[in-house]
Design a protein around this ligand. Structure first.
Ligand code: AMP
Length: 349
């Protein structure tokens, strides 16, 4: 029986480990927090920091192949592992996804639209960049932002940018033009070791407080928009020589065209619906891809809506369990802190 090493011990690692077990793979989790969500359902855990050489070497000794469940895995750690074992998705995907500037340049290099952008390395750069966008834009840290953290919105030239560079920590930033989107969709796509690709249907995503709240499928977009999103996701997979599942988030404009917001080189929250509405979920698809198995059929047998259970929304659990056509998935987190993803449910429609 082969063992898959997973860097990161959160809910995505947990769901990957569960899918791996169904296909006769053992899993070992690298995560500093003992008894993390993933380790609760895996075969073993290496309790160590993601950049701890001893922990990484132990993971490489224990696992036959290695993957990850979050995009901020240190690239040096992924490369250290890659010298000993196959690491999928390729560490290059981490490099691209970890820096919003590199990411946008890469996506544009694939011939795919993004928001316009300027690198911002000082308060003076910010003034010049805002002037180019008529005073409107979204200022983001280039690295380590997630769920809307490390961002500042400028709606118009009336918003005063004074002190914004310092307020975001005097770190390298990017100013993006404000995209006048009608909706946000995402595509969960996969590429196998043999180069085969498969896309799940696009989901309509709604965020609350910067955190994904619901994903609904089918998305309310016309067929050409869905096709453009599929083509873009597939082109990104090819350009990265990717193996595994990727999440690609898009803005949909009034004319139906799509603009990539960001990519996540991993299974993605907006793909959780696949476990209820497809025969092969995004988690199994990822395991199949990285293990060199044939990709599963990504077609959807039901319409559905996935909703995250954030913080004390977990109190809804008894009602959800009593409802028909609802698949509940909990993450094994003891304490329901505000903003913490405790689980999700998918309602078949
Ligand atoms: P992000 O962390 O980049 O995914 O951004 C979080 C959310 O902020 C997105 O889901 C959008 O709703 C909004 N947002 C981010 N970038 C832009 C942009 N350039 N234009 C308009 N809205 C944006």
């Amino acid at each position: 029986m082969k063992t898959i090493g997973i860097i990161g011990g959160g809910q995505l690692g947990r769901m990957l480990a569960m899918a791996a077990a169904r296909l006769n793979f053992r899993t070992v989790i690298l995560e500093p927090q003992p008894d993390c969500p993933a380790a609760q359902v895996a075969n073993a855990q290496v309790v160590a920091a993601y950049d701890d050489p001893e922990g990484l070497d132990k993971l490489a000794r224990t696992a036959d192949l290695i993957t990850y469940e979050f995009e901020n895995v240190p690239v040096a750690a992924a490369e250290r592992l890659a010298s000993a074992r196959p690491v999928f998705p390729p560490p290059k995907a981490l490099e691209v996804a970890q820096d919003r500037l590199v990411e946008k340049q890469f996506i544009n290099g694939c011939g795919i639209a993004t928001a316009r952008f300027h690198a911002v390395d000082s308060q003076a750069d910010l003034g010049a960049a805002l002037a180019d966008f008529d005073g409107a834009g979204v200022l983001k840290t280039r690295r380590l932002g997630y769920d809307g953290k490390g961002q500042r919105l400028f709606r118009s030239a009336a918003d005063d940018p004074s002190g914004a560079f310092a307020a975001l920590g005097n770190v390298p930033l990017i100013l993006e033009s404000l995209v006048p989107f009608e909706r946000e969709i995402s595509i969960i796509a996969a590429r196998g070791l043999d180069g085969a690709t498969a896309c799940f249907d696009p989901a309509d995503n709604v965020h609350r407080n910067g955190i994904l709240y619901t994903s609904t499928v089918p998305a309310s977009v016309a067929a050409p928009t869905a096709e453009a999103a599929r083509r873009a996701a597939t082109a990104i997979l090819e350009a990265l020589g990717y193996v595994g599942v990727i999440g690609v988030e898009f803005f949909v404009l009034a004319d139906g065209s799509v603009v990539v917001n960001e990519i996540a080189p991993r299974v993605h929250n907006s793909g959780h619906w696949t476990e209820a509405a497809c025969v092969v979920s995004q988690f199994e698809q990822h395991v199949r891809a990285i293990a060199g198995l044939p990709l599963g059929d990504p077609s959807r047998h039901s319409d559905c809506a996935m909703q995250n259970l954030i913080g004390d929304e977990i109190a809804e659990l008894p009602n959800l369990l009593a409802a028909p056509n609802v698949l509940v998935h909990l993450y094994g987190k003891a304490e329901a802190r505000p903003g913490r993803k405790m689980g999700h449910f998918t309602r078949l429609l």
